[in-house]
Design a protein around this ligand. Structure first.
Ligand SMILES: Cc1ncc(COP(=O)(O)O)c(C=O)c1O
Length: 333
């Protein structure tokens, strides 16, 4: 059974990243982030995102989201997000548990929020009987594979500023978004205050980061990270991965490859008359297959039947895949 399209987490770590981890394993180094790899990775993040960017390495994407949000929320406040957001669907209630705040999920056509969708949630600001919206959290790319353009991000960030809110981006797949739009990582999160920066889905062995883009929000972050068990003592091994990832543009090469396979898959589905539900801006394709097609593909491939009511199937392309593998899947149809 071929599992490559099940998730981008199925891929092995990039050998260049593994080499960086091995190279960091020589000699003694100060622990808990006081090491030279963490210093260097921090500089590279500043180079990428601007001089004010503050880098907090963590181990998981869920951890990055929780630390991002817990650092700025009080328990009476809430987070507005899409109803498909990973924080709302796939983190076992971690944000609610660790922040004691409420999530306010909104129905969207493609996983993307707009100011118009968020506006009604702000109707009760100042009214003590309702939790108080403080953060808008969006995913870049969304869980359904669409990306926010810089213009869409600007609209949202202007809206958050006008309303004294904070914009958080779950950038678990920000590399795919930036590569797909041929823009920089910074442009792909333009206007955000806090970014959960993904690495593991795009070639790292294990490593994500919280990047504070708004330095005014960082006061509690280091304490929260420690309390929530994400201050890794041998931090050098996480940071060492980000060095070649950013310096050698591994993020871009890998994301380009994954996105190209997704585009090939989407084109092939379309050529065969199969409808694609969401924009394919990154490395995920959501297609409506017939019962017969699902049965046929399932003989050889594992993939998610995302929504049984409409036979909507999810294919996520890892960076290690190539277009001939997409053709292999398509040939079964
Ligand atoms: C959009 C998004 N955010 C966050 C995560 C969380 O990552 P982790 O599984 O490392 O906690 C994922 C993982 O699938 C994801 O797809």
């Amino acid at each position: 059974m071929d599992i490559l399209f099940l998730s981008d987490n199925t891929a092995p770590a990039d050998t260049r990243i593994m080499q960086a981890v091995a190279d960091a394993g020589i000699g003694y180094a100060k622990s808990y982030g006081s090491d030279r790899w963490t210093e260097e990775a921090g500089q590279l993040f500043r180079h990428e995102f601007g001089e004010n960017a503050l880098y907090f390495p963590v181990l998981t994407g869920t951890g990055a989201n929780v630390i991002s949000l817990a650092s700025v929320l009080s328990p009476y406040q809430s987070v507005v997000c899409a109803e498909t957001a990973h924080i709302a669907c796939d983190e076992c209630g971690a944000v609610e548990r660790f922040t004691a705040s409420k999530l306010v999920p909104i129905k969207t056509p493609d996983g993307k929020l707009t100011p118009e969708m968020v506006e009604p949630c702000l109707a009760h600001i100042g009214f003590e009987h309702q939790s108080q919206p403080k953060v808008i959290s969006i995913s870049q790319t969304t869980e359904t594979g669409a990306a926010y353009s810089p213009e869409e991000l600007k609209e949202l960030s202007d809206f958050t500023k006008q309303n004294n809110l904070i914009l958080h981006i779950d950038g678990s797949r920000i590399a795919n978004a930036a590569a797909g739009m041929s823009i920089s990582l910074k442009q792909a999160c333009q206007g955000a205050d806090i970014l959960s920066f993904g690495g593991t889905k795009n070639g790292l062995m294990m490593g994500e980061a919280v990047i504070f883009l708004n330095p005014e929000l960082t006061e509690s972050a280091k304490y929260i990270r420690k309390q929530y068990g994400q201050l890794f003592s041998k931090m050098r091994y996480v940071s060492a991965q980000f060095i070649p990832y950013l310096r050698e543009s591994i993020w871009l090469d890998n994301a380009h490859r994954a996105n190209a396979v997704a585009r090939r898959l989407a084109e092939g589905f379309t050529e065969k008359g199969i409808s694609i539900k969401y924009p394919v801006d990154g490395n995920a394709v959501f297609a409506h297959l017939s019962d017969q097609q699902i049965e046929r593909l399932s003989e050889k491939y594992l993939f998610y039947v995302w929504d049984k009511t409409e036979n909507l199937c999810r294919f996520v392309c890892p960076y290690t895949a190539d277009e001939s593998e997409a053709d292999g899947l398509l040939s079964l149809l």
